[in-house]
Write a protein that binds this ligand. Structure first.
Ligand code: PEP
Ligand code: MN
Length: 339
């Protein structure tokens, strides 16, 4: 069974002591790579912006004295140059940078044909094409060692977590780039340390290859992302408690049972698509009738009635009404486009 690949370390490098102490702790707990941000992309000005190049020698000290690979975030060609000069062998592209093709191209150009590992976080907005474009830019620049990092998306409405996992996007990205490793960053999804274990386990259950987790030797006093960082002991417990699964079982009977259930799912999916097609035909007909009689396409009250019916129906069928409502809003959008 493949063990998950684990990157761990503080959100930001703050002092030499904090960097070294955290690195010792995560290495002992089983981390494969140490992370620490030197340049921090903060949402608001005035907050801690990172120690910058001053922290580079602390990362090098971790690498040389503890024998663990290190990585940090880069957001422009100057950051890349500082990292390459120091011999840092893994760089990550943050979620805000990943949403900006100009910046990603600048970074890719400055890394042309270098032997470095690049971790590409998903962009803050749930746009799979933008994320895929980032991968293509690095691949075209000759970067061979690319990892994807799923860190959730800015939520459109308040949520239990800081960022919306939208697992479906991560799974689709995975099948689009099956040759790339995909890690999950449960810290930036959770926003709160209590949720980190459940997100981490969910990611592994969905077949992700590992985790990138924020760990701080003293999270309460962290200068950034204090509430989501684990202390070293919590991280050690997390790693111990993780259950990893294989993609396929070697048990023939179990494989057959799964195969049968998958065939039933395939049939249901076909039925769903055919029902959608029937619904769409009817809605086009309604559209034509409305036009012929000079009636506007959208009647808000009618749509509210549809939503209330399907919500009620969802509850009766033990489905999450919010989930069903989302599907119907999508269907409604498509019907309006067609009418
Ligand atoms: C980080 O890893 O500290 C970070 C800033 O992440 P993201 O770009 O995912 O917000
Ligand atoms: Mn952070």
């Amino acid at each position: 069974m493949k063990r998950p690949y684990i990157i761990a370390g503080p959100c930001s490098a703050e002092t030499r002591e904090q960097v070294l102490s955290t690195a010792r702790g995560v290495k002992l707990a089983g981390a494969d790579m140490f992370r620490a941000g030197l340049w921090k992309p903060r949402t608001r000005p005035g907050s801690f912006q990172g120690v910058g190049e001053q922290g580079m020698e602390w990362l090098c000290e971790v690498r040389d004295s503890l024998g663990i690979r290190v990585c940090t975030e880069v957001a422009c060609a100057a950051h890349v140059k500082a990292c390459l000069d120091a011999g840092i062998d893994c760089l990550w592209i943050g979620a805000r940078t990943a949403a900006n093709p100009f910046q990603v191209q600048e970074i890719a150009d400055s890394l042309k044909d270098r032997e470095v590992r690049v971790l590409i976080k998903n962009p803050v907005n749930p746009d799979i094409e933008l994320w895929a474009g980032d991968v293509e830019r690095f691949a075209e620049a000759g970067i061979k060692d690319i990892f994807l990092v799923h860190r959730g998306f800015s939520p459109s409405s308040p949520l239990k977590y800081r960022n919306d996992p939208q697992w479906g996007i991560a799974v689709r990205m995975r099948s689009r780039f099956p040759q790339l490793q995909m890690l999950c960053d449960p810290s930036h999804i959770s926003g709160s340390r209590e949720y980190v274990p459940e997100i981490a386990q969910r990611a592994l259950d969905l077949g992700m290859d590992g985790l990138m987790t924020e760990v701080h030797c003293s999270p309460e006093s962290a200068l950034s992302d204090s509430s989501q960082q684990l202390c070293v002991e919590e991280f050690a417990l997390l790693v111990k408690g993780l259950e990893f699964r294989t993609a396929e079982s070697t048990d023939k009977a179990l494989r057959d049972t799964l195969e049968t259930m998958r065939s039933r799912i395939d049939i249901l999916d076909e039925q769903i698509v055919s029902l959608l097609s029937e619904r769409m035909k009817l809605s086009r007909e309604i559209g034509r009738t409305k036009k012929a009689n000079n009636i506007s396409i959208v009647q808000t009250a009618r749509w509210e009635e549809v939503l209330s019916n399907v919500r009620e129906c969802a509850i009766k069928n033990s489905l999450d009404p919010g989930f069903v409502e989302n599907i119907f809003n999508c269907i409604h959008g498509a019907s309006i486009n067609e009418q």
